[in-house]
Design a protein around this ligand. Structure first.
Ligand SMILES: Cc1cc2nc3c(=O)[nH]c(=O)nc-3n(C[C@H](O)[C@H](O)[C@H](O)COP(=O)(O)OP(=O)(O)OC[C@H]3O[C@@H](n4cnc5c(N)ncnc54)[C@H](O)[C@@H]3O)c2cc1C
Length: 282
C-alpha cells in the first residue's frame, strides 16, 4: 500500500451507513475517542470526525493487520502499463509490480490522468469551504440552509461547531448563524461533480472520489470511498485467484460505481433545482 499519508485536520461527518461499514472493517477505530468530535448518539445522524485522526488511526489498523504501508511523498505515482494492462506503479526510480492496482488517490485521480480515462463532468466549478466555529446559539440541532448562491451546513459537536459551505462563487463572505463565528483554519477547495465511465479495467480498480465525485451535501463521500474500497479489494482478491474472471469483475465494479453515482446525483440534483441553485454546466 503506497500513499502520501497526508490529510487535513478538517471536520467531516461520517454518515450512519459509513459508520456501519467502518464498524465491520475497523471496529477498533470506532472505539478511539480522540478520533471523534462527539459522542455516539441515536438522536443525531452520523458522527463528527477529525479527518486526519481517522486516517491516521486507519493506517495504524492496516499496519497491525500486516499490510506494508509505504510513504511515497517525493515523486508522483505513475502506473506501469504493459500490453494495455496496468502491471504496477513507479514512484521516481522505485518500481512496484502488482497484478492489480487500486487507485484511491481522491480528486488527484492518478490513473484517470495517466490513462486518460473517459469521464463526464456534470457541474461547473463549485467552491467548498469548511472549518470549525464557536459561540452561542439557540440552535442546538444541525442547521442547513440552501439558496440560489449556495448552501451552509452547521452542526454542533461536543465542544464547538463544525461547518461546511458551498458557493457558486469564490471567496464569498462566510455568514454562519447569529452568535456563531468562524475559528481557526478555513479549508477551501474548488471541485466539480464528475465520474469515470468505467471505474475498472485491465489490471486496475478506481475507488472513492477518484471514481466519482459529488459535493458534501450528498453526505455520502466517505461511505462511497469505504464501500468502493471494500468492493474493489474483494474483487481484486478474486481476480488474483481466478485471472480469467478479470473482465467480468471490472464490468461488475464499473456498473456498481456508475449506478451509485447516478442515483446519488439524481437526489442531489433535485434538491438543487428546487432551491434554484444552478451549478450545471452551461
Ligand atoms: C469541504 C468538504 C467537506 C466534506 N465533508 C464530508 C462529510 O462531512 N462527510 C463525508 O462523508 N464526506 C465529506 N467530504 C467528502 C470526503 O472527504 C471524500 O468523499 C472522501 O475523502 C473520499 O475519500 P478518498 O479516499 O476517495 O479520497 P481522499 O480522502 O482525498 O484520499 C486520497 C488520498 O490519496 C493521496 N494521494 C493523492 N495523490 C497521490 C499520489 N500521487 N501519490 C500518493 N498519494 C496520493 C492523498 O494524499 C490522500 O491521502 C467532504 C469533502 C470536502 C471537499
Amino acid at each position: 500500500m503506497l500513499g502520501r499519508g497526508l490529510s487535513h485536520a478538517a471536520p467531516e461527518c461520517v454518515s450512519n451507513n459509513a459508520l456501519k461499514l467502518l464498524g465491520l472493517l475497523a471496529p477498533a477505530v470506532i472505539a478511539q475517542p480522540e478520533v471523534w468530535l462527539d459522542v455516539d448518539s441515536e438522536s443525531i445522524p452520523g458522527r463528527a470526525v477529525v479527518r486526519n485522526r481517522l486516517d491516521d488511526r486507519l493506517r495504524v489498523d492496516v499496519s497491525a493487520a500486516g499490510v506494508a504501508y509505504a510513504h511515497k511523498c517525493l515523486y508522483p505515482l505513475l502506473p506501469r502499463i504493459e500490453s494495455g494492462h496496468v502491471v504496477g506503479v513507479t514512484c521516481g526510480s522505485d518500481e512496484c509490480r502488482a497484478s492489480i492496482v487500486i487507485d484511491a488517490t481522491g480528486i488527484a485521480g492518478c490513473l484517470r490522468r495517466a490513462l486518460s480515462l473517459d469521464e463526464t463532468v456534470d457541474s461547473s466549478p463549485i467552491w467548498l469551504r469548511r472549518g470549525f466555529a464557536s459561540g452561542c446559539s439557540s440552535q442546538s440541532d444541525t442547521y442547513w440552509q440552501i439558496a440560489r448562491g449556495g448552501w451552509l451546513w452547521l452542526r454542533p459537536t461536543s465542544a464547538q461547531y463544525m461547518w461546511t459551505s458551498l458557493s457558486v462563487q469564490r471567496n464569498t463572505h462566510i455568514g454562519l448563524r447569529s452568535g456563531i463565528f468562524v475559528i481557526g483554519t478555513v479549508w477551501q477547495q474548488c471541485r466539480r461533480w464528475r465520474h469515470l465511465h468505467q471505474a475498472a479495467g485491465p489490471g486496475y480498480f478506481v475507488c472513492g472520489d477518484a471514481a466519482g465525485y459529488l459535493d458534501p451535501a450528498s453526505g455520502d463521500g466517505l461511505r462511497f470511498a469505504i464501500e468502493s474500497g471494500i468492493r474493489a479489494g474483494t474483487l481484486a482478491a478474486e481476480v488474483s485467484k481466478h485471472p480469467g474472471r478479470s473482465s467480468i469483475a471490472a464490468a461488475l465494479y464499473s456498473d456498481w460505481a456508475l449506478q451509485d453515482y447516478l442515483a446519488t446525483k439524481e437526489v442531489l440534483q433535485r434538491v438543487y433545482i428546487d432551491a434554484h441553485l444552478d451549478i450545471w454546466r452551461s
